[in-house]
Design a binder for this molecule. Sequence first.
Ligand code: TXA
Ligand code: MG
Length: 384
Amino acid sequence: MDTKRVIIKDRNHPKEEELLEAARIVREGGLVAFPTETVYGLGGNALDESAAKKIYGAKGRPSDNPLIVHISCMEELPSLVKEIPGAGRILAETFWPGPLTMVFLKSDLVPDSTTGGLNTVAIRMPDDPIASQLIRLAGVPVAAPSANTSGRPSPTTADHVWQDMDGKIEMVIDGGQVGIGVESTIVDVSGPVPVILRPGAVTQEMLDEIFDQVFIDPAILGPMEDGARPKAPGMKYKHYAPKAELALFEVKEETIEQLYTPGNRLHSFVSSQMSGGKNWNLKPETFYMAWKVNEAAMEMEKAGVRVGVICTDETMDLYTVRLKRSIGKRASEASVAHNLYGVLREFDDLGADYIYSESFSQSHLGGAIMNRLSKAAGYRILQV
Ligand code: TXA
Ligand code: MG
């Protein structure tokens, strides 16, 4: 199939005529990839059994992994769900349109192929002028998973989508690079207590401010035991995986204590290393982590292995390893999320065999960043 690419001239003010053909394709059962504020989605008519099947086919995705249904306004919600619980109403008022997906009990209108046979449906109202105009013009809710081949990093540019979807779908709408860069937060509001199924830009801290109690699905925190069923079926797959073997470096609590204890061997070592250079503004644990990542990478490099390092603007100059890319600024988690998938794809293109990455704090957007990096690493986290 020939895939058409439509470039939106002004991504903040898309013109109706730029999106009419895309809307018709979706309404009639075809597939169109489009930008949202999180990542690019691969959209099809959520009420059309066969469109969902095509989506699974184009992604090479197991069909027990349900799709997120995208809407453009609140009026589109009631017919898709059995009920709108109080928590759902509050979250919709607070965060929609935005990077939040909610899981509701589904209505009979939503076909089983869209929900992978579940009696619930995941719904999101994106905050993106192209996405919302496309959904509105299509006149139907739009089922859209991330527009990557299953198991590859989610696409944050139209070029990423093109790499994975050229020849497999009718159209790619090119709206440039997305803003957030990691997928939406998923919260299940179908039970008595809201449960976070996937961390995203709507953070746990934000939800804790609204509710007395918020649960976290264990699948977020670490690898699932064999046979365990995460509530978001997608969480059980090895997701977001770069071609190279990725490992994260994390500084142990015990090491941090030593780094802050005057007279300790590590404290003396890091102080003397840091005092000469222009690293005075780095935290000792950040300096130490970068030092250890570089040491491990240099060892691999000397052994002739093609190894790359994921570092940050603040630590970049510390590295002597040849292949290194900054994922953003430590001082701005948003910049790290924004560049995360692009950097993983870049290493794929560079043919790296191993990637060593710095890690980040788990708070706020860091929760989503570490969730994606740990999953991409298959939970290989080296404590130093
Ligand atoms: O930001 C996003 O959410 C992007 C953009 C395109 O909107 N979409 C996205 O879709 O990330 P996808 O398919 O890559 O991830 C959907 C996740 C999967 O882990 C899936 O298992 C979960 O949502 N999910 C979908 N329906 C569900 C349901 N009824 N119950 C629990 N989890 C569900
Ligand atoms: Mg995905």
